[in-house]
Design a protein around this ligand. Structure first.
Ligand SMILES: [Zn+2]
Ligand SMILES: [Zn+2]
Length: 367
């Protein structure tokens, strides 16, 4: 266990949520640390994910003020004594946190960590302490709270990247894109030639579409209610798209494939599409639910429903893989990004809610 060394205090700026629905306010806070097993990272950029917005909209004010953000990328400023894999000046992309001690973590499946909820949504370290306690605010969201100029992470949720790469572009790899691409490549292991439908073509869905093209799935059917996103889905690899507001998605899919589909990736959270996810499956087909809900317990003829977290990805393996695919032109996720200044965080969130930005990225500091 790391021993406590909280003597150091850093002045940071962070976007604090004090009231349900926001707005977030950028405040000056005091952060203690890093502890022996922690890394102090100066954040260069952070993506905004739907989970952040879900917390803004659902937060109970009586639980006190918090700092959100979990798609950070930045530069290591300081490392604790026990940290081996990075040093000061290294560039890192941050991802989800895991405990490293449970059986799932030790067998290489940190996305299934027994302490996943506490490590990512507990707004504290796993020992219950909070580096922002001097300011009466809680952080450690996904082991980062990246809507801030500085965060504390651990070796388990940082991924070292080349200094030649643009951290502003890499920031959102740590959650949404990893979830969409990892679901197709890792969790479902979709084989070449299999048919797949992706419900919801936001950042997660579009990452699934790009991954489906990489593995050679066909047809790749994108379903959404926003024309702009469907157009982008076609450019990124969808062979067919369906506007589910205009057309009945189920019968259109049957027209396209002559039957159902082998795989469904459901990212929309829409009740009708949720039902269709399993109704439209071919025998032995699999539906993957990425919105936190699980599918039906029993499905006939070998059909399966899986609830998937973070695409079963080990960030230290999967993030470099996505970067390599991006550099090879096969995973052009930069086309989803829209950049905002940190001070415009509330308009970035508003744009994301309206569908005007598929993946907003905040510029927080210069490299
Ligand atoms: Zn664990
Ligand atoms: Zn996320």
């Amino acid at each position: 266990m790391a021993r406590h060394s909280d003597k150091q205090v850093h002045k940071i700026l962070a976007a604090v949520l004090r009231r349900r629905g926001g707005p977030l306010k950028i405040e000056s806070l005091e952060m203690e640390g890093p502890r022996d097993d922690e890394v102090l990272v100066r954040i260069v950029a952070s993506g905004i994910c739907h989970t952040d917005i879900g917390f803004v909209d659902g937060w109970d004010d009586t639980d006190g003020p918090i700092v959100l953000g979990h798609e950070g990328a930045g530069v290591v400023e300081q490392v604790g004594k026990e940290v081996k894999s990075v040093r000061r000046g290294d560039h890192v992309v941050l991802s989800y946190q895991s405990c490293g001690r449970c059986r799932k973590c030790r067998s290489g499946h940190p996305a299934d960590c027994d302490n996943f909820y506490q490590a990512n949504f507990g707004f504290a370290r796993l020992d219950g302490s909070n580096a922002l306690q001097r300011s009466g605010v809680r952080g450690h969201f996904f082991g980062q709270s990246s809507f801030a100029t500085h965060v504390l992470a651990t070796e388990r949720n940082i991924v070292k990247v080349s200094k030649k790469l643009n951290l502003e572009v890499l920031a959102p790899l740590g959650c949404g894109l990893q979830t969409g691409a990892g679901t197709v490549i890792n969790s479902l292991a979709v084989p070449k030639g299999a048919s797949i439908a992706v419900f919801g073509t936001g950042a997660v869905g579009l990452a699934a579409v790009m991954a489906a093209r990489i593995v050679g799935a066909s047809p790749i059917i994108g379903v959404d209610i926003k024309l702009k996103r469907l157009k982008l889905a076609v450019e990124l690899g969808a062979t067919h798209v369906i506007d589910s507001r205009r057309d009945k998605a189920g019968s259109r899919i049957t027209d396209i494939t002559g039957s159902g589909v082998d795989y469904v990736v459901e990212t929309s959270g829409d009740a009708k599409l949720y039902r269709l996810s399993t109704d439209i499956l071919n025998p032995n087909g699999t539906a993957a639910f990425l919105t936190g809900i699980s599918g039906p317990d029993y499905l006939p003829e070998g059909r399966r429903a899986l609830s998937i977290i973070q695409g079963d990805a080990v960030p230290q393996h999967f993030i470099p893989k996505m970067i390599a695919l991006h550099q090879a032109g096969q995973f052009p996720f930069d086309r989803l990004l829209k950049f905002y200044n940190f001070s415009d965080i509330n308009s970035a969130i508003a744009d994301s809610r309206r569908g005007g930005a598929i993946k907003p990225v905040l510029r927080i500091s210069e490299v």
